[in-house]
Each structure stands twice: as structure tokens, then as C-alpha cells.
Design a protein around this ligand. Structure first.
Ligand code: DC
Length: 268
């Protein structure tokens, strides 16, 4: 498996509208952070449960700091899609040995789409951004992400991407396994109902026909699978700071993180 790191060269700024203007204190903290991060590139690891808003939050931080944003879940989803298409996973079960031997045939790219202002995921040169977010991939991805060889390969690629720092990566094992020395580690959580509602709204907005209970069951099943798998289970790193965003807007989360980044960079 290879990873064409288009984003390493692009390093384009992704800006995210939070729908709320920052207050003066927040703005000045943000300006200070920009100055500090210009001199010192760091790694920000964001882990947590499914549908906690990790990617929205991580993207917004990366946009402000002009850092790379990597959605590690998209990588596991892309491998899953490949396996589904190749008949290596389905109702009949999982063909683990065949999946492992297929790994060299799976090329994952993240390519910036200037029209949408965001990176999109490509599998062997085809844009799969929409497909990998669908309910079918979501139903199988936990099985794929349990395979040790898949994880080893993903972690290797993720470390390569982060070699120059200046990166925000979100996932399940970023602070514990991928970047145990990350300067900032955040562990995100929110109630199951709130997460299911967010995911449901997202899928409906994308035109998918989904049932709320089905979405909720998928989230609960993925929590169980993520927390209980043998390799790299979802855990809060000892030095990660917990962010429960059940009742927080994106703007509030950004204010919270500005203070955190400012403190960490100032103290180090
Ligand atoms: O973040 P997400 O829901 O798109 O992730 C999809 C799946 O991939 C999720 O069920 C767990 C798995 N995953 C993982 O095992 N390790 C990561 N670093 C990221 C995602």
C-alpha cells in the first residue's frame, strides 16, 4: 500500500466557519497562538468516540494554525471500501488473509479540492469521499480496523505524514499509539444520543435514507468494537485532556482549545 502525500506539499489553509464571531480575548489568544506556532511546529492528537465532531474540530484547529489535517478514520474507511468492492468483506464474513495480501494494491490519497475548500479521499486515483462516509462502510469498518496488519500499515503511513509535525490528526489511537509524544492530546466524548443525532442529521443532509435507531445502534456497536479490540483499543492517553462537547458549540470548543494551545506552547 502506498500513500501519495499530496497534502504534504499543498499545506493549504482550510478555514471553517463556526457561525459565531470570536470575542476580543479569543482573537488576541488566537493571534498569540499563530505567532507561537510559527516558531514551533507541534503535533495535535485528537482521539475519541465515533461522531463526536472530532473532524470538524480538528479541521478548524488545523485551518487556524495553517497545519495539515489528517482524518485517520478515512484511511480505515478507504481500506474497508476496497475490501467490500473486492468481495473480501460482506455478509459471508471477512477474508482476512486475502485482505492482508491485498494491502499493497490499496493506494490512498488525500487531495485538496479548492472548490469545496477541503481535502477529499481517493482510492487508487478515484474520489471515494462520499462512499466511505456511507452507512455500509460504517457497518464494516470496525472489522477491518481490527486486523493487525491493516493497523500496522496505517500507523506507518500516519507517522510518515506527521514526520515534519505541524499536523492535527484525529482517530482512536493517535495519542496512544501513532504519536505518543504529541505535544497536545485531546480525548473527545459526548452522549450517545447527541452523537447519533449529529450523525443522523449529517447523513440526511447528504441525501442518505437512514433510520435514527439504525444510526444509533451503529454508533453503539462501533464504541464497543473500538473499546474492546485487542490491538490499539480506544483509550484516553494518560496525558490527554478530556473534552465533553455534548453541550458545546464549535465556537465554544475553539475558545477552549485556544487556551489549551496557548498554555502548552507558552509553557514548553
Ligand atoms: O473516525 P471514523 O468514525 O471515521 O472512523 C472509522 C472507523 O475506523 C472507526 O469505527 C474506528 C476506526 N479507526 C481506528 O480504528 N483507528 C483510527 N485511528 C481511526 C479510526
Amino acid at each position: 500500500m502506498s500513500f501519495v502525500c499530496t497534502l504534504c506539499t499543498l499545506r493549504l489553509k482550510i478555514s471553517l466557519k463556526t457561525g459565531k464571531k470570536y470575542n476580543d480575548k479569543s482573537r488576541s489568544t488566537r493571534e498569540n497562538i499563530s505567532k507561537l506556532t510559527m516558531n514551533k511546529k507541534i503535533i495535535i492528537a485528537i482521539d475519541g468516540y465515533s461522531s463526536c465532531g472530532k473532524s470538524t474540530f480538528a479541521k478548524a484547529i488545523a485551518g487556524e494554525l495553517n497545519y495539515l489535517y489528517i482524518d485517520s478514520g478515512a484511511m480505515y474507511r478507504t481500506v474497508t471500501l476496497y475490501c467490500m468492492r473486492a468481495g473480501l468483506i460482506g455478509k459471508e464474513g471477512v477474508r482476512t488473509a486475502a485482505i492482508i495480501s491485498s494491502l499493497p494494491d490499496i493506494n490512498i490519497n488525500f487531495i485538496y479540492n479548492p472548490d469545496l475548500g477541503k481535502y477529499e479521499t481517493f482510492l487508487n486515483s478515484a474520489n471515494v469521499e462520499k462512499e466511505i462516509r456511507g452507512i455500509e462502510v460504517s457497518a464494516y469498518v470496525s472489522r477491518i480496523s481490527q486486523i493487525a496488519e491493516v493497523r500496522t500499515r496505517m500507523v506507518e503511513l500516519q507517522r510518515q505524514i506527521g514526520i515534519f509535525k505541524g499536523i492535527v490528526m484525529d482517530g482512536r489511537d493517535i495519542g496512544t499509539v501513532v504519536f505518543p509524544d504529541a505535544e497536545i492530546k485531546i480525548f473527545m466524548t459526548a452522549s450517545v444520543d447527541i452523537r447519533a443525532k449529529r450523525r443522523f442529521d449529517e447523513l440526511i443532509a447528504k441525501g442518505e435514507k437512514v433510520d435514527f435507531e439504525e444510526v444509533k445502534i451503529n454508533i453503539i456497536a462501533r464504541d464497543i468494537a473500538d473499546e474492546n479490540r485487542d490491538i490499539s483499543p480506544l483509550r484516553r492517553a494518560e496525558d490527554a485532556i478530556v473534552l465533553d462537547n455534548s453541550r458545546m458549540t464549535v465556537a465554544q470548543q475553539m475558545e477552549w482549545v485556544h487556551d489549551l494551545i496557548h498554555r502548552k506552547l507558552h509553557d514548553s
